[in-house]
Ligand binder design. Structure first.
Ligand SMILES: [Zn+2]
Length: 178
């Protein structure tokens, strides 16, 4: 497995809509390796999700894994693969929350996201699944699926004044919220 180079904003691959993964791909050794490489790349940079365009592959593919955290009120999400995902709102309730992105290094910003969504996708073997995601999991799903359409979280921020560097976030913002 290899740790992949992560594209940073201004690289065109992050602004181009990704292409659907074709059926033949699931039996392709290189496609399966790409998933494994995205997994270790996500771990290496301590992300909770990674989309294929972020590693210079214009495919509708993303991986997600969220370690549970009581302190941050995050439910655990075991490693999962999203191929050709479709996200549908459940209700219209939105919630503000902090987001960061491996393609926008060292920054955080507050982004309003739907609190609940339905996710329909294929797993790494091409098997369809469907689930309901809420809270932080729903946020990660929306963030990663946005990458497949050429969007980053900065585009979704309602107020750019919350944009902060991580160091300043730790120094000034994080403490205020506790
Ligand atoms: Zn991102």
């Amino acid at each position: 497995m290899s740790i992949l180079k992560v594209a940073r904003i201004a690289h065109p691959v992050l602004r181009s809509p990704a292409k659907a993964v074709p059926k033949e791909a699931f039996r392709d050794r290189l496609f399966q390796k790409l998933i494994d490489d995205m997994r270790v790349t996500m771990y290496e940079y301590e992300g909770v999700g990674l989309a294929a365009p972020q590693v210079h592959e214009g495919l509708r593919l993303a991986v997600i894994e969220v370690p549970g955290s009581e302190e941050r009120a995050r439910a655990e999400v075991p490693f999962m693969v999203l191929v050709n995902p479709v996200v549908t709102p459940i209700g219209d309730e939105r919630e503000n929350g902090w987001e960061g992105c491996l393609s926008v290094p060292d920054m955080r910003g507050v982004v309003p996201r739907l609190k609940r969504v339905k996710l329909e996708a294929l797993d790494r073997h091409g098997k369809p699944y469907s689930l309901e995601a809420q809270d932080f999991f729903a946020r990660v799903v929306q963030h990663e699926c946005d990458h497949l359409d050429g969007h980053v979280y900065l585009d979704r921020m309602a107020d750019m004044r919350s944009l902060t560097f991580i160091k300043e976030f730790e120094d000034h913002v994080h403490h205020d919220e506790e």
